[in-house]
Design a protein around this ligand. Sequence first.
Ligand code: SAH
Ligand code: SF4
Length: 400
Amino acid sequence: MSRERGAGGAAVSAELSSAERDRILAKSALFAPPPAMLADGRRDLVGLSREELAAEMVAIGEKPFRAKQLWHWIYHQGVTDFARMPSIAKPMQAKLAERFVVGRPGVTTEQTSTDGTRKWLFRWRDGQEVETVYIPSPDEDRGAVCISTQVGCTLSCRFCHTGTQKLVRNLGAAEIVGQFMAARDSYGEWPSPKDGTARHLSNIVVMGMGEPLYNYENTAKALRIVMDHEGIALSRRRITLSTSGVVPMMDRCGAELNVNLAVSLHAVTNELRNEIVPLNRKYPIEELMAACHRYPGASNARRITFEYVMLRGVNDSPAEARELVRLLRGLPAKVNLIPFNPWPGSPYKTSTPEAVRAFAAIVEEAGYSSPVRRPRGRDILAACGQLKTESERARKADAA
Ligand code: SAH
Ligand code: SF4
């Protein structure tokens, strides 16, 4: 993509990027989810904004304040049955139940690993499925729910199994927030714990299947619901969105959501990144790093996470570690080194532990924290970012 630089260049670039944003949003609309509605015509109230919920109430001749009551029952108390909402009079409960549901995904499977990792395969009304994983912190009573935003992915990062599956469709806001709500059901964490109360499901990482910034509207809507103070009330500091580098949407994400940002870097030269993260051909490393510098609130207390999948002999040399440090200069950052999780037919091997250690030492030496993400839930194949594939394979094998 050509960019005019120099005098007046900034304006041209801004125009280009707003045109680019419109193009991305238009493309995303082609993969819209089906309406959040049951076959009998009842509408799912989960996933509606407060304004939309109020409009639904007005449409059935009710006062808009009903929306506030419902919001409390749905997102604070986690109640799915109108009959269990005592502040709403019985006749009104019946009226709501005729027209609406408070939905949850179907659960195809739920497995818990010996290390406490729990994985669900959730099923939507059209039969599509995604995986969600809860990863507890090793020594604390809290942890992160890793949620998906798309069925499949349009991008085709070479090391990622999701990247070998075509994009089927975007998930709707109801489906994105629904993954977290169903995880809470599973842990009995309703009503929403008050500040200071320990909660298992303390964080959200948007790192499951799909590219969240290619399904921005639905992801943003879901995260706004999650962050609403009168509902689930998770602070933006407890939410991390991972992107492979959709530069034109990163600014919008920062301005509108300002959740923590994770960037899937994986390579320090454009030549290699073009190959393993093909989106780099559109938005090269320099533009990606510039977008990171522009991301609001990047400070030492709130650093940008750079994810780096360690591929043996491909991107794991000491020279590359030094180049990574150079790229990060001046940016409040931490590095997540992820041992590559191989899948049948994958063209790469996991870096040796020695290579990972040497790489991490160089990055740490430069003052950046660079934890090696320990593989969790190995026994249930719950690698965040590499989801669903195993269950799909198993099913195909069954069918064969
Ligand atoms: N599309 C977004 C978010 C989902 S992928 C993104 O790319 O950031 C989440 C993370 O899982 C990414 O950092 C991705 O690089 C990583 N990942 C994908 N496949 C992997 C594999 N086989 N082994 C280890 N990490 C993988
Ligand atoms: Fe898509 Fe992320 Fe996998 Fe790349 S790493 S193919 S962007 S899910």
